[in-house]
Ligand binder design. Structure first.
Ligand SMILES: [Zn+2]
Length: 262
């Protein structure tokens, strides 16, 4: 991969040789700068995560594609900031939507661990990486030595474990991604939110260390008498923006479940 391009200040326009990001205009504490919509391929294209149901964004992606035919729309997972615009975008470009969760598909084909999607002579290898949600997938682009990570790894900060996620699965997924990044010599992580990460192993090691650290903090909060998820959040996330506490509480609940099952 020669062409890793990371613009300053915004993830919009980030690119590798064959993948390019078009940022959706839905910034928030949970979505960082907004959702990254990844377009892969020059003559024909696969679009990963059309983003929220935002007509202006969907039209911008379609117009950006120009003459390129969209062969397939892939979803990293079913959260609405990634999938909400998929149905409308499918209409706009006449392509099927493939996802692990049948509820988010449009067309015959699903998407699962081990699948290889091809477009414009490029390969997209599907990795099942449950944890953030049960249906989370990552996509390895061998030509660019890059991994699209959806919400499994974000460009900044850390991800949460959603209601339908599982921390044990998530830790296994991080380990699997780390092993893959090492053996495949990945050179970039292309996240679902935030900037491109040019040091995959460093980023994954940071994520894994952060999870272990949080688990230790939660064990410690419990030793200090915290009983409910909310009480744990008040101790462990004391230095975190309160707007994120409800999300942190979901994450803490997942961590308490995990600890109780050990
Ligand atoms: Zn998500």
């Amino acid at each position: 991969m020669s062409g890793l391009h990371i613009p300053l200040g915004t993830p919009d326009g980030s690119r590798t040789d064959h993948a390019e990001n078009l940022l959706a205009p839905n910034p928030s504490p949970m979505t960082l700068d907004g959702t990254n919509t990844w377009v892969i391929g020059e003559r024909e294209a696969v679009v990963v995560d059309p983003g929220p149901d935002d007509e202006a964004h969907l039209l911008r992606v379609r117009d950006h594609l120009g003459e390129r035919r969209v062969t397939e729309i892939l979803l990293t997972h079913g959260h609405p900031d990634h999938s909400g615009g998929a149905r409308r975008f499918a209409e706009l470009v006449g392509a099927p939507v493939r996802a692990l969760d049948p509820r988010h598909r449009l067309g015959e084909e699903g998407l699962a661990d081990g699948d290889v999607v091809t477009v414009d002579g490029l390969e997209i290898h599907v990795y099942g990486t449950p944890g953030h949600t049960f249906d989370s997938l990552c996509f390895w682009l061998p030509q660019d030595r890059a991994i699209l990570t959806g919400d499994t790894v974000l460009g900044r900060g850390t991800t949460i474990i959603a209601e339908d996620g599982d921390l044990g699965d998530y830790l296994r997924s991080l380990d699997r991604l780390r092993a893959a990044a090492e053996s495949l010599e990945a050179r970039a992580l292309l996240p679902g939110h935030g900037p491109v990460l040019p040091d995959p192993i460093g980023a994954l090691d940071g994520y894994i260390a952060h999870r272990r650290e949080r688990l230790d903090q939660i064990r410690e909060a419990r030793r200090r008498g915290a009983r409910t998820p909310r009480e744990v959040v008040e101790i462990v996330y004391a230095d975190v923006d309160r707007a994120l506490w409800p999300a942190a509480e979901v994450s803490v609940r997942a961590q308490l479940d995990y600890l109780d099952r050990l």
